[in-house]
Design a protein around this ligand. Structure first.
Ligand code: SAM
Length: 282
């Protein structure tokens, strides 16, 4: 039986390819990749000479069977993706699953991964997190998904296209408490790397204003929810709050609302700040 190596490659900076990865890529019988052109450039940079074959979304089923046969015959294979860690929003899951079924050893060669790089530098809790990959490009599906996960207590990681960043931030601002922390990590390990963390409101306003910064490859890190409140804020309650806050201070209005409705102060505060903010930006 051969070995299947899962080799992480750089997400921008070529110096992030490890010595071990270079040695594996040199020594295996052949390399499989989702993007032959891109992998050829990588190999050339490190003077690695080896055969390269394809494994992408279109040929995944057919080619997985082919590569499993090769592994069973004793060939050692390295799987790489265009960038970062294979299988993380990249092909290879079927091959790994089938390898396990056939008792083929799968060997990870760890290295760059945009999600983990962004998380570690975000300043947002790393003790417990979940990875959600890309949000749907369809606005309604995206909204549904965000509504579904907005009470998640763990830190949440998304990948996002620069074209949809502002739309996503707007939906998040409508659904998420305005004081929750969020990080936008752009162009990690590259010349224009930017990691910006702030409250939901601050980050939305920042990217609303800085159109020229909605570029490059993006990871979003969202702090988990701290709200355990089950009660809902009704339209009627919002109206009452508006009337109150036009007569007395914001914080006194919150206090009165809390007394009347028995809702936690923090929850109420966040909801009302969000309401005020959305009215202002619309
Ligand atoms: N397998 C890759 C990994 O390990 O991160 C992810 C591949 S996925 C198809 C590509 C997405 O990853 C990009 O659209 C972006 O969201 C994120 N990404 C990749 N490289 C990045 C970088 N240098 N900076 C920020 N995000 C990056």
């Amino acid at each position: 039986m051969g070995l299947l190596y899962i080799v992480s490659t750089p997400i921008g900076n070529l110096q992030d390819l490890s010595y071990r990865s270079v040695n594996i890529l040199k020594s295996v019988d052949f390399i499989i990749t989702e993007n032959i052109h891109h992998t050829k450039i990588l190999l050339k940079n490190f003077s690695i000479i080896n055969k390269i074959y394809s494994l992408n979304k279109i040929n995944e089923k057919k080619n997985t069977i082919k590569y499993i046969k090769k592994l069973k015959k004793g060939y050692n294979i390295a799987l790489v993706s265009k960038a970062g860690t294979p299988l993380i929003n990249d092909p290879g899951f079927l091959l790994v699953k089938k390898s396990h079924k056939k008792n083929i050893r799968v060997v990870p060669i760890p290295g760059p991964c945009a999600a983990i790089a962004a998380l570690c530098a975000s300043g947002i809790k790393t003790s417990s997190f979940c990875y959600e990959g890309f949000l749907s490009s369809n606005k309604n599906f995206k909204k549904k998904k965000i509504k579904k996960i907005k009470k998640e207590k763990r830190t949440i990681i998304f990948y996002e296209s620069p074209k949809r960043l502002i739309q996503t931030l707007k939906i998040l601002s409508q659904e998420i408490e305005p004081t929750r922390k969020i990080t936008i990590a752009r162009e990690l390990t590259k010349i224009w790397e930017q990691i910006i963390t702030g409250t939901m409101q601050e980050i939305f306003l920042f990217f609303k204003k800085n159109v020229n910064l909605r570029k490059g490859e993006i990871v979003i890190i969202l702090e988990g929810s701290k709200i355990y409140q089950k009660k809902k804020i009704t339209q009627n309650m919002k109206k009452i709050f508006q009337i109150l806050s036009s007569e007395i201070s914001f914080s006194n209005s919150i206090k009165i609302m809390q007394k009347i409705y028995g809702i936690k102060k923090n929850f109420l505060y966040n909801k009302m700040i969000q309401e005020k903010f959305l009215n202002e930006v619309d």
